[in-house]
Design a protein around this ligand. Structure first.
Ligand code: HSE
Length: 440
């Protein structure tokens, strides 16, 4: 049988890895797929770069639409990124009857409903293993491996840039801005790292996982997103003293009221495996009712790790090539006519526990007042740590840090009591609130 012909849009880092791995492992990939897989055409505005990546015998063009229009191309790989031209090209490829493989989490988290519906109507696949956690086969695990389970929750470190920054802040006691500069110097963080550090990239990824886990449409606009830009080195230190590490987690959870969908820095007990995922690595913990807790760990970015996921999708599509659309694995695990209307909860309805740091006047009655307001609101305290005033503000200081860990509470209730606490004259700086996930 003649090889499946693939067209690649965007010959950057992942495209180059895809060529290398396909070439290196072509015999084994062919034995697994049942047919050879060949990239025969590449589109990139930088044609010199594309020629270097593609090597001999591959047609290089500047216009992606030439790839889409080529009737010999069976599968289009979209590695352009973003919501702009990438969206048009993916929809055009679908309309032309091509299967699509993409690493574009932003596109699918925001426009997935439209794109999956178009693919379903046309009977083609849009495969996106590379869009979440790079080389970790988490989409396949959620959509197929765990298909027997009612998934209860999942939590992941799904952005390597921010995990690298947090690891460095903890190891070296440095502040955020200093480590970000270092991450940019080392090439981990982009020149414009906004999507990474503001939690948007992790938000895109957890939105996709949430849809697959719970059979709901992708709803990035309903996700609560906080990044790591406001994290202070001292909170990382205090958390450590209390037996926790701070990680940027993407969390989605099924509750009786709806689905929690959120990204924010979280205290995680140091003894949990997730707390020990360091540097640019990714990991996702999934809890299913039958299997219990499972952990997936690996490289979340990079040329060959991401290519590993892209090629897995190429093999899947090659295997499915003769199956009709109705018998393929559904894009979001659940059949389109069997999606749930379970609502995504507003952040005020989320229930979790909290780390609170209050810079207070070191006076009699302050601790009693603070704990009294928490008690009145029905918020139970798990632990309290008070630093020596001298340690916090230098010799003779009249201020100190009061750190409180709470048990589970409703976010809306916590917001109200934080407003009351903030108004106290003895609370001297904006209160720091970081959510805490026991993951047990
Ligand atoms: N920018 C992402 C990260 C990699 O830092 O993890 C691609 O998703």
């Amino acid at each position: 049988m003649k090889p499946i012909q693939v067209g690649l849009l965007g010959a950057g880092t992942v495209g180059s890895g895809t060529f290398k791995v396909l070439l290196r492992n072509q015999e084994e990939i062919k034995r697994r797929a049942g047919r050879g897989i060949e990239i025969t055409m590449v589109a990139d505005l930088d044609q010199a770069r594309a020629r270097e990546v593609a090597g001999e015998g591959v047609r290089v063009v500047a216009d992606a639409r030439e790839v889409i229009a080529n009737p010999d191309i069976d599968i289009v790989i979209e590695l352009i990124g973003g919501y702009g031209i990438a969206k048009q090209l993916v929809l055009e490829a679908i309309a032309a009857g091509k299967h699509v493989v993409t690493a574009n989490k932003a596109l699918l988290a925001v426009h997935g409903t439209e794109i999956f519906a178009a693919a379903h109507a046309k009977g083609v696949m849009v495969a996106f293993e590379a869009a979440v956690a790079g080389g970790i086969p988490i989409i396949k695990a959620l959509r197929e491996g765990l298909t027997a389970n009612s998934i209860q929750w999942l939590a992941g470190i799904i952005n390597g840039t921010t995990n690298f920054i947090l690891s460095e802040m903890r190891d070296k006691g440095l502040d955020f801005a200093t480590v970000l500069k270092e991450a940019q110097r080392l090439g981990y963080a982009e020149a414009d790292p906004t999507f990474d550090i503001e939690g948007v990239d992790a938000g895109h990824k957890v939105t996709l996982m949430s849809a697959i886990a719970f059979g709901i449409p992708v709803q990035f606009d309903k996700a609560h997103i906080e990044g790591i830009t406001k994290l202070a080195a001292q909170d990382i230190k205090y958390a450590e003293q209390l037996g926790y590490r701070i990680k940027l987690l993407g969390i989605t959870k099924r509750t009786a009221q709806g689905v929690e969908l959120r990204v924010h820095p979280s205290l995680v007990p140091s003894k949990r495996l997730l707390a020990n995922v360091e540097g640019a690595m990714n990991a996702v913990v999934v809890h299913g009712d039958a299997v219990g807790t499972t952990l997936y760990y690996g490289k979340g970015a990079g040329s060959e790790p991401t290519a590993s996921a892209v090629i897995a999708d190429l093999v899947d599509i090659t295997r499915l090539h003769t199956a009709d659309a109705a018998h393929r694995v559904p894009h979001l695990a659940f059949h389109p006519d069997a999606m749930s209307d379970l609502k995504v909860l507003p952040m005020t309805e989320v229930v979790t526990s909290y780390y609170l740091r209050l810079r207070v006047a070191d006076q009699a009655g302050v601790l009693a007042k603070v704990t009294g307001l928490l008690a009145t609101a029905g918020i139970s305290i798990d632990a309290v740590l008070q630093r020596e005033a001298d340690e916090v503000g230098g010799e003779g200081s009249t201020q100190t840090d009061l750190i409180i860990l709470t048990h589970d509470a409703r976010e809306g209730t916590v917001n109200d009591v934080l407003a009351e606490l903030q108004a106290l004259p003895t609370v001297l700086q904006p209160i720091v609130r970081i959510r805490k996930e026991e993951l047990s």
